[in-house]
Design a protein around this ligand. Sequence first.
Ligand code: CP
Length: 298
Amino acid sequence: MNHFLDINSLTIDDARHLIARALQFKQNGTYPCYDHYTVAHLFYENSTRTRVSFEMAAQRLRMPVVNLDVAHSSEQKGEVLTDTVATLVAMGVSIIVIRHSQEGIVSLLANRFQHQNTVHFVNAGDGQRAHPSQAMLDMMTILEHKADVSPLKIALLGDIRHSRVAHSWQYLAARFNVGELVMIAPKPWQPVNTYYGFVTDSLEDGLKEADVIITLRVQRERLLAEEELDMSFYKQHYTLTEERLSYAKKDAIIMHPGPMNRGIDIDSVVADGPQSVILQQVSNGLFMRMAILEAVLQ
Ligand code: CP
């Protein structure tokens, strides 16, 4: 795997290898040394989990890390992103991890620099399109609880339309042949295109007998005027409460990619309750990102 761009570019073997390797890292506690490869992080959108876990992943693999402060980089003086990347490549950076609001930008860069086969691009989230490392760490977490995903009902709940995690999840569910993927959202937040699974605005129908519930953040910063919803309506019908959790199977696990809006996406009693694996997702993020950094070098 030369780059890590989106779930679509992964074969099922690639995906299974990443999960197996991440689990190995998690269990072993001893890691290979890649100290001759430098990683640069270019985060043009806010991040806590993804940014810190990619940085810690690189540190565990003993890769030197450069965190470009994009607010103070030469792009503020008019330099274009391709020149910033060319500059980093000329300095010998081996892996560039990018989060950006422009959809498809990481794939465009990988294509633009394909003649430089010494640099590898990793997508840390592009606009509303893809967040493949999040989807992969989610799948790793599910497989720690459920042996096989083919009989499972997995429910995505919340602002599906603007969620790059939900988009990546549709492709991942198809790759892994997930039994049933249901996307639960009020009409203005339903996906424009559905690649896999089905959509409902009924929380009760969607959660019925679910094995896994992935709650998603209401992405207020991405809403168009016609997509605005009254939050009291949303809370009344969609917030994952303890009572609504009872529609799902008794052993259902509860997930959220973060950051969470407590009381809107999910009630605290559920987020912090015994069925929640939200912090396990965060921990697994580190190991999944180690596996991704290693895989692009192979
Ligand atoms: N899940 C996720 O991408 O979180 P951050 O925005 O904090 O990185």
